[in-house]
Design a protein around this ligand. Structure first.
Ligand SMILES: C[S@@+](CC[C@H](N)C(=O)[O-])C[C@H]1O[C@@H](n2cnc3c(N)ncnc32)[C@H](O)[C@@H]1O
Length: 228
């Protein structure tokens, strides 16, 4: 194969850029990204409560969705991803973990969910896969599917916190593409979220990793105002 799979399929970038790497995804993420710490941090930040409807956007192999359900069993947890192969992994992992998830195949910029159907949208290691226009379309979709007052919680690559993080973050740019990762690595995600009509946009905890700085973000769909 001569280049990333995105050259063949412009709809989405496979989780590790090359499809043949997909089976290695979980062990690699577990070993290299401080996954336990940052996903636990994201769940703590999101304060999911019983009977809430939660969407894991770009759920991949479903780790965050499964941990959400295990942490708050009375919440209804859904996952959506553009890659049917990742969803198959998610489905069998959820079955092995004995948790019930509603998994759907779909693109983030045309979500297969009704307006105002979620209290929380969570997203991990996902937004840096999108070019600017798709980030904007996706944020509009997230706003649409969130209930007024509902919250978006993101964990993703962010502006490097120091020169070492800056050097390390080049690996993410090389793997997932400059156009996709630039907004993240230049710290522009909060402004894009605010421009999409969210309020209370704030950065939470940041984590040093071997791929650079990973940060948590939060934002709220205003409780009043236009529905769309
Ligand atoms: C790096 S993986 C992250 C998976 C998971 N959230 C995690 O934290 O391990 C990115 C995921 O986003 C999916 N993806 C990329 N672009 C997408 C899009 N526009 N719509 C839906 N899924 C997309 C990929 O298929 C992949 O599963």
């Amino acid at each position: 194969m001569s280049g990333p799979d995105r050259d063949r399929d412009e709809r989405f970038v496979p989780a590790l850029a090359y499809r043949w790497l997909t089976p290695l995804y979980d062990p690699l993420i577990r070993l290299t990204t401080r996954e336990r710490a940052f996903k636990a941090g994201l769940l703590e930040q999101a304060s999911v409560e019983p009977r809430m409807d939660v969407l894991d956007l770009g759920c991949g192999t479903g780790t965050l969705a499964i941990w959400t359900k295990q942490r708050v069993p009375e919440a209804r947890v859904a996952g959506v991803d553009g890659d049917p192969e990742m969803l198959e992994w998610a489905e069998s992992k959820a079955e092995r973990a004995g948790v019930e998830l509603t998994l759907s195949s779909g693109m983030s910029f045309e979500l297969p969910h009704a307006d105002a159907s979620f209290d929380r949208v969570l997203s991990s290691l996902f937004f840096h896969h999108l070019i600017r226009a798709d980030k904007e379309r996706t944020l509009a979709e997230v706003r649409r599917v969130l209930r007024p007052g509902g919250e978006l919680h993101i964990a993703d690559w962010a502006r490097p916190a120091d020169p070492l993080m800056s050097v390390l973050s080049r690996s993410i740019m090389l793997l997932d593409g400059r156009e996709q990762t630039e907004d993240n690595l230049r710290g522009r995600l909060p402004d894009l979220i605010a421009a999409a009509g969210f309020g209370e946009v704030e950065q939470g905890r940041a984590y040093r990793t071997i791929y650079g700085t990973l940060a948590l973000l939060r934002a709220r769909r205003p409780a009043t105002g236009s529905a769309a």
